[in-house]
Design a binder for this molecule. Structure first.
Ligand code: AMP
Ligand code: ZN
Length: 113
């Protein structure tokens, strides 16, 4: 499958990995939008949040747990951060493999662009 995140998961292309286990990988975004910008990605190819179902929704718990740990490790757990899932064309999703953006290290404005 021609999926850039599957290629990262299979170590076919390099990434700046900050966490990895059997189910999840997290790496630095190549085009960071904040001082801390990590992507938390399930290893199973799930195209978007709309493909979460009873068979795979456990992965969301795992991703939240990884997000909490990465927030603590990056010292943004108290100051705050943003956890973002862009979905579909209007949501600005460019990579069709589910991923959570963990953004922090600066104040995040609202509304988003
Ligand atoms: P989205 O627009 O929500 O689908 O987010 C996709 C994100 O993946 C963007 O923030 C890109 O900068 C990032 N990205 C694309 N290719 C790579 C890569 N090879 N390594 C790390 N991040 C990437
Ligand atoms: Zn994929």
């Amino acid at each position: 499958m021609d999926c850039i995140f599957c290629k990262i998961i299979q170590h076919e292309i390099p990434a700046n990995t900050v966490y990895e286990d059997d189910e999840v990988i997290a790496f630095k975004d190549i085009n960071p939008q904040a001082p801390i910008h990590l992507l938390i990605v399930p290893k199973e190819h799930v195209a978007s949040i709309m493909e979460i179902n009873d068979d795979n929704r456990e992965i969301l718990n795992k991703i939240i747990q990884v997000a909490q740990n990465l927030a603590r490790q990056n010292n943004i757990d108290n100051k705050g951060f943003r956890l973002v899932v862009n979905t579909g064309d209007d949501g600005g999703q460019t990579v069709k493999h589910l991923h959570f953006h963990l953004l922090g290290g600066r104040f995040m404005t609202w509304p988003p662009g």
